[in-house]
Design a protein around this ligand. Structure first.
Ligand code: C5P
Length: 220
């Protein structure tokens, strides 16, 4: 039997990854961070010196892209070939390049195929899949679909706390730019029909986890 999919979309700084991971732990589900796949390809492009603004080069690179992602919320890792890139994919240079690779339709199709295969082979009763187009493209039929949002100032403040090396204005600016270029590819700021919005602006981490679990329990 196919695992139950919990689809969670939202912008950067909404708390999506950490909340999804914790929800997966609480349910005994797998956790799939789809942004990590796009980040891994962006890392690979930088490594190979491929211009991420050039769609044809990115598409060619994607055919030669050998990567693996853990679905274990307690042991998360990402590998490209035999290189562990779990922390490298969070570097600012990767974050700045990622929208460029995520924009390429052939890239999206090929990572989406991998996501569906990973979920099917997870061996778990369910998988929390988080990203930008999970509720709409990757798993539009998932029983639980959630859009996790937060006010832009709050998202920028959360990101700024993580990125201690950059000043708040730089972080807010980079977030705004990435939101804008990501929005051109998929609309992750408005909820599609049937998708439940959880606004974490005034919630702390545990409250957000509980709100998401509350939504899931009404349907699963
Ligand atoms: O979630 P995260 O910030 O790690 O995602 C990194 C990037 O990957 C996003 O800025 C976006 O360009 C891309 N992405 C996407 N579709 C997804 C998940 C991520 O286009 N489902």
């Amino acid at each position: 039997e196919n695992p139950i999919v919990v689809a969670i979309d939202g912008p950067a700084g909404s708390g999506k990854s950490s909340v999804s991971k914790q929800v997966a732990r609480r349910l005994g589900y797998g956790f799939l961070d789809t942004g990590a796949a796009y980040r891994a390809l962006a890392w690979f492009a930088l490594e190979r010196g491929v211009d991420t603004a050039d769609a044809a080069s990115v598409e060619a690179l994607a055919t030669d892209f050998d990567y693996a992602i853990s679905l274990d919320p307690d042991d998360f890792w990402v590998r490209v070939g035999s290189t562990d890139v779990t922390s490298a994919i969070r570097e600012v240079r990767v974050t700045d390049a990622v929208s460029g690779v995520a924009r390429v339709p052939a890239v999206r199709e090929s990572v989406n195929r991998l996501f569906r295969a990973l979920v099917a082979a997870s061996g778990r009763p369910g998988v929390v899949v988080e990203g930008r187009d999970i509720t709409t493209v990757v798993a539009p039929d998932a029983p639980a679909r959630i859009l996790l949002t937060a006010a832009p100032e709050v998202r920028a403040a959360r990101r700024s706390k993580e990125l201690v090396t950059q000043d708040a204005a730089t972080v807010a600016d980079a977030l705004r730019r990435r939101d804008a270029s990501d929005s051109a590819v998929v609309d992750f700021l408005t909820a599609a029909p049937g998708v439940t919005v959880v606004d974490s602006t005034d919630l702390d981490f545990e409250q957000t986890v509980d709100a998401v679990l509350g939504v899931i329990r009404t349907v699963v």
